[in-house]
Write a protein that binds this ligand. Sequence first.
Ligand code: HEC
Length: 137
Amino acid sequence: MGSSKPFLAGFTLAALLFSVIGDAFAADIKANKKRGQVYYRMVCTACHVDMTGSSIPPSGFTMAEWRAYLDADKHDASGRTNPSVRYYLQQTYRESIKDENKAAKKFLKLPNEQLYADVYQFAVNGAKDSDTPATCN
Ligand code: HEC
């Protein structure tokens, strides 16, 4: 039975290392709200204006509403477009519109989680009860 000790020790060490590395990766995602703004205006707003005739600005919701909205990952109850807001941040979506959309092309290689963090930050930072409410203009 004594032989299981080194194995357990090795296992614990590996688990510890993985959790440290995992944290490092999680901490690696630093939101860039400027990039979020560019993407929001050129992709999200472009379609909102196109389909509804008006924009849906960050300042249209409170910070809490934005967090709840993005966490719930629901989109457009009318059913005309994709029901997941994250869908529009995916690399596959960017790939599909890259020829006609400069922001999608520019940020094509950005990991999905990074772009999500960027747009999240821009929306919450520009909410109507934030210090810097942002319209889409
Ligand atoms: C292909 C077109 C399209 C794209 C791209 C798009 N949206 Fe929308 N979005 C819509 C439509 C259509 C509605 C419904 C508007 C209405 O009914 O008045 C909507 C509604 C919304 C609403 C209002 C609440 C709701 O769900 O009805 C929010 C917030 C929103 N979109 C956020 C985003 C964000 C953030 C992005 C970019 C990551 C995005 N949308 C990309 C078409 C789009």
